[in-house]
Design a protein around this ligand. Sequence first.
Ligand SMILES: Cc1cc2nc3c(=O)[nH]c(=O)nc-3n(C[C@H](O)[C@H](O)[C@H](O)COP(=O)(O)OP(=O)(O)OC[C@H]3O[C@@H](n4cnc5c(N)ncnc54)[C@H](O)[C@@H]3O)c2cc1C
Length: 454
Amino acid sequence: MSDLVDLLREGLPEAAVVVDPDVTAAYRQDMAGFCESGAPAVLVFPDTVEQVRHVLRSATALRVPVVPQGARTGLSGGANAVDGCILLSLVRMNRILEIDPVNRIAVVEPGVVNAELSRAAGAHGLTYPPDPSSWESCTIGGNIGTASGGLCCVKYGTTSEYVLGLDVVLADGELLRTGRRTAKGVAGYDLTRLLVGSEGTLGVVVGATLALRPTPPPQLALAAEFPSTEAACAAVCAVMEAGYTPSLMELMDTVSVRAVNALAQMGLPDSTAALLLIAFDTLDPVADLAAAGEICTAHGATEVVPAADSAESELLLQARRLSLTAMDRLGTTMVDDVAVPRSALAAMISGVAEIAERFDLTIGVVAHAGDGNTHPVVVFDADDPDETARARESFDAIMALGLDLGGTITGEHGVGLLKRDWLARELGPVGLELQRRVKAAFDPLGLLNPGKVL
Ligand SMILES: Cc1cc2nc3c(=O)[nH]c(=O)nc-3n(C[C@H](O)[C@H](O)[C@H](O)COP(=O)(O)OP(=O)(O)OC[C@H]3O[C@@H](n4cnc5c(N)ncnc54)[C@H](O)[C@@H]3O)c2cc1C
């Protein structure tokens, strides 16, 4: 341990190497609190690429595992410590190095907070679309680590679509540059895309070249109340089938609506079975919303309330963004992240209701409905062993249901520790073996975020 700390201090300022166990313990976990975490040996806060390279060279020399961390808002245990590891926090590398309006790109360090990049791009008439609900705290490095999504994916896609190039420190300290600054480029294998979503298991992202888009017109939203989640899901499919491209299509069930009202008194309709939020940022959002509202009514919506202006629309979005935090107040929660084809959304959500009944648990659901990406939130009492066991079983049953419906065990939160056992089931033996060989090519000693993903 003292060898490790001494070696790290040869290339890092004294204050950037933290061994105080009270401080290192506070960095052990991300927001998936029920996942196990080990005891880190040391926590480091590099602020240059060279310092990160020194950390990785030291780790390789002494064969010490390294766990990269952003803001630790992850929901899969991906940033959790393993015993004896170096926790490598990238939050101090938080500079926006360049915003280039002609080429519509931003070059950033990994610790830049998502919303700060959006605001900086906004000053140039540009936007960085991926917008996880945690956008005021999560980092671009973490977003790249998990290939995160958000509320706008139904129109603008996920982080994967916006990463053009990466600077990555490999396990042995070498610096790899992938990708490009150009609008097009197909030279060689697409290592950029491979690294996005690799959850810190293949390399440490120390720089990213990101695509920006022109700022769209302000979005206008509506809220539609439905007597059942099935009716709301049918409306989602009908809006898409009719050829509309909303900038957001989110679903909240009764449990999540009530939880948000209890947390923030947002005045959402408490008694509704399902609340659908639809927004457009088109040239004529009023007309598009009216058409979507009619489709909702035709599919059984009991009330359709368009927001008066973009400020009121933002309030509705705020309510949706608060929903995971709000459900956290109901008990200990396990947040699932199963995505299914949009056409299977109704079957997925009614299947989750059956699972809740079977295991006698409260399971609230919010969904990026336009993407078919559900977040069933299993609420349980962690002090009750029987209920905890049922919660875990129900969590597994939800993933099995998602796979049966042609979906995936994770739409945007990643595999981390939480879903490792389920990955083999989704990939199959051939895919799993090939992924293991890819991991070994990047990290032959198995030092990068061991025990995560594979
Ligand atoms: C209230 C709430 C709402 C959320 N809403 C959404 C949502 O709408 N959509 C969504 O996709 N997620 C959402 N999340 C999950 C989480 O915010 C995202 O996964 C986010 O991308 C994590 O970013 P982070 O900076 O916190 O990363 P961390 O949690 O610190 O790390 C995430 C993963 O990336 C790796 N990593 C971090 N930095 C680097 C780096 N520089 N190089 C290599 N690997 C790295 C870590 O090892 C880990 O595996 C939500 C979470 C909360 C708490």
